[in-house]
Structure formats: structure tokens, C-alpha cells
Design a protein around this ligand. Structure first.
Ligand SMILES: *Cc1c(COP(=O)(O)O)cnc(C)c1O
Length: 353
């Protein structure tokens, strides 16, 4: 049957998301979802939109959502682009900003969807090695490129770069290439580069409602940038899908952006839980770098990550490890509720091969 498949469909190596078990028996700390529910106002707004209007297509521009995001960020709606999860936003970015010939640059240890997108669109890319302590060294990126992308904080390391470092990178590429900063985890303690949007027109910031706003199931992500770059993204989107943000997603995300008080509280709780978990795991002999995300990447001096993961799985806890040099012994644990993390710490304490 292979003759029916394009070369791409035969050979692409797709992204592998963390497991989504069918039952609800596990403590799920493997995909960085938020352990707290969405704001009650969000759920109420979505319910109020479950009516006969669902026979109609949604607004192709998601204007209501764009306006809410623009207002929240102090930007104009023309500087906002929305799509079906930030994975889709990123897929559109790869097409809108990167061209063949020169390489796209991203770290060798980072969100594993980037190389998949590059391969999907036949782009050249170069993976830049992280430093000794998993840090991104901006100097390593000051080379010829068609564009640069990395998450800040990076995943799965959790390390966050200061704004000035990113500024150097943007300035180096000014009038040459776009710099995309994936701010999926910025709400958990890092400083956003959104303030640089007024100064530089080659910066794109992407965000998602999946992690900070407890809406992974709704699928909404967005990009912020110069009007002209956003127009480019919109042209790509409209050549693929006119309606990536459905009616329920549009209203749910709009109300989520507006309910700052609720989400500030959720983020604060997660940051406190993260610190308590770090302290507890350090006292058990684990090492880790300083995470500013809603996950931690922890290493044990002599027990293999795979062993820990299998043991936790058997005991009903899902976490993730990556079969990749340098981090093959890291366990990535999403930060759950205090109770979730107490269970994890207790299990790791009791571990005996
Ligand atoms: C989770 C994640 C995304 C994807 O977010 P969605 O909006 O759920 O598609 C993008 N980038 C990074 C770094 C992530 O960890």
C-alpha cells in the first residue's frame, strides 16, 4: 500500500506527546497540564455558548479574543494572532518566517516539536548545544540563520534567560531574521520579552492557554508581534484553515484572559508547590537546575531515570523521561497539587530496586 503514500507520509518522524491514559486513576505529571481547574467564570461562559449558534461557523478572526489579549498586553489587536493551540501557532510561524537555504536555529535540548516542524516543511536546521549547566549561550546563536526559536523558560530544563540576553539576539538579527520566543511557561516566574515588541519588529512571542490557564483541552494559543509579521501568519493560516479557533474556545479563552485574579492565585500556588518539591527532592539526594516553569527536571546520582519512571508508573504516577544524550537520566515531573507532590516524594523516598 506504500505506493499511495507521499514520501513525506512514509518517512516523517512525528512528535510523540506524553501518554493520555483513558482512565482517571493516575496522577498525571507527564504533560505539564495545570493541576487546577479553569476559572469558574470560564466554564460558565463556555456553557452559555453551548446553544443553537453552534450551527454557525465561528469568527474567522477571533476578534473578541484578540481584543482581550491585546488589552491585557497593552498592544493593538493587529499585533495578535490566534490559532488552535500554540503548536498550531508554531507550525504557522515555521512557514511564515523561515525559508530554505539558511538554517533555523534552536537548542539541542528543547521542545521536541521544533525539529518535527522543520522536517515537515523541509527546512534546514541547526541544533545548538546547551552549555555545561544546560544554559542557552546567546553567543552561540550569533551566526547565519533564517530564524531562531526557543522556549523561555526552556523545556525540559526550566531555565529562564534574562531579557537583555534575548535583546542581544534580536538586535543581531534585526533586518535579517525573526526571533521567536515561545513563552509557554512564562507565567510561572520568568520575565516576558513582550515589552521589547515596541522596540523591535523582528520579535514574535508565542503563548498558550494550555499550561498557565488550565485549558489544554480547549486548544488555544497565540502569537504577539509586529503588525506586518502577524499579517504574514494570518495569510498562512487562511491558506490552511479559516476557523482554527472554534466558538467555545474563543469565548473560554477570552474570559480566561480577563480573569487575572483567579489565574494569579493558581500560578502562585504552583510556584510554592514547586519550591517545596525541590526542597524535598534535594533532601533525598536529587539534583536539578532552577526551574521557572511548572515542571522540574531532576537527576539522581546513581539510579537511572527509566527505573524511577517505571516504578512511579506502577504506583500510579505518570512522569516523563527523554531518551536523549545528557538528559537520558532526567525525570521531568510536572508540578501538581501539594497532595500529588507529597505522593511523588513519598514514593521516591520508598524506592528500592
Ligand atoms: C506545551 C507546549 C507547547 C504547546 O502548547 P499547546 O498550546 O497546548 O499546543 C508549545 N511549546 C512548548 C515549549 C510547550 O511545552
Amino acid at each position: 500500500m506504500k505506493e499511495y503514500l507521499s514520501k513525506k507520509a512514509q518517512t516523517l518522524e512525528p512528535y510523540l506527546p506524553g501518554e493520555q491514559p483513558k482512565d482517571k486513576k493516575h496522577i498525571k505529571l507527564n504533560t505539564n497540564e495545570n493541576p487546577y481547574p479553569p476559572s469558574p467564570r470560564v466554564l460558565e461562559a463556555i456553557r452559555s455558548y453551548v446553544n443553537g449558534d453552534l450551527r454557525l461557523y465561528p469568527d474567522p478572526d477571533a476578534a473578541m479574543l484578540k481584543e482581550a489579549i491585546a488589552k491585557h498586553e497593552g498592544l493593538s489587536p493587529e499585533q495578535v494572532f490566534c490559532a488552535n493551540g500554540s503548536d498550531e501557532v508554531l507550525a504557522f510561524c515555521f512557514q511564515a518566517f523561515f525559508s530554505k537555504g539558511r538554517p533555523v536555529l534552536f537548542p539541542d535540548i528543547t521542545y521536541s516539536f521544533y525539529p518535527v516542524f522543520a522536517a515537515l516543511y523541509g527546512l534546514d536546521y541547526k541544533e545548538i548545544a546547551l552549555g555545561e549547566k544546560f544554559e542557552i549561550n546567546i553567543s552561540d546563536y550569533l551566526i547565519e540563520n533564517t530564524g531562531i526559536i526557543f522556549p523561555n523558560p526552556n523545556a525540559p530544563t526550566g531555565l529562564c534567560l534574562p531579557i537583555d540576553d534575548i535583546k542581544r539576539l534580536i538586535e543581531y538579527n534585526l533586518h535579517k531574521a525573526a526571533v521567536i520566543i515561545d513563552e509557554t511557561y512564562i507565567g510561572f516566574g520568568g520575565l516576558s520579552v513582550v515589552e521589547l515588541l515596541g522596540e523591535y519588529d523582528n520579535l514574535i512571542v508565542t503563548r498558550t492557554f494550555s499550561k498557565t490557564h488550565s485549558l489544554a483541552g480547549l486548544r488555544v494559543g497565540y502569537a504577539l508581534g509586529n503588525k506586518c509579521l502577524i499579517e504574514g501568519l494570518t495569510r498562512i493560516k487562511n491558506s490552511f484553515n479559516s476557523y482554527p479557533v472554534d466558538r467555545l474556545a474563543c469565548v473560554g479563552a477570552t474570559v480566561a484572559i480577563e480573569d487575572d485574579a483567579y489565574y494569579m492565585d493558581v500560578r502562585k500556588k504552583i510556584i510554592v508547590t514547586r519550591q517545596n518539591t525541590v526542597n524535598a527532592l534535594r533532601s533525598l539526594g536529587f539534583t536539578m537546575s532552577e526551574s521557572r516553569a511548572n515542571f522540574i527536571l531532576v537527576f539522581h546520582p546513581y539510579i537511572k531515570a527509566k527505573k524511577f519512571c517505571e516504578y512511579l508508573y506502577k504506583n500510579g504516577v505518570l512522569v516523563r523521561y527523554f531518551d536523549k544524550p545528557r538528559i537520558e537520566n532526567g525525570i521531568r515531573i510536572s508540578i501538581g497539587t501539594d497532595k500529588d507532590m507529597e505522593i511523588v516524594v513519598k514514593l521516591l523516598k520508598q524506592y528500592g530496586p
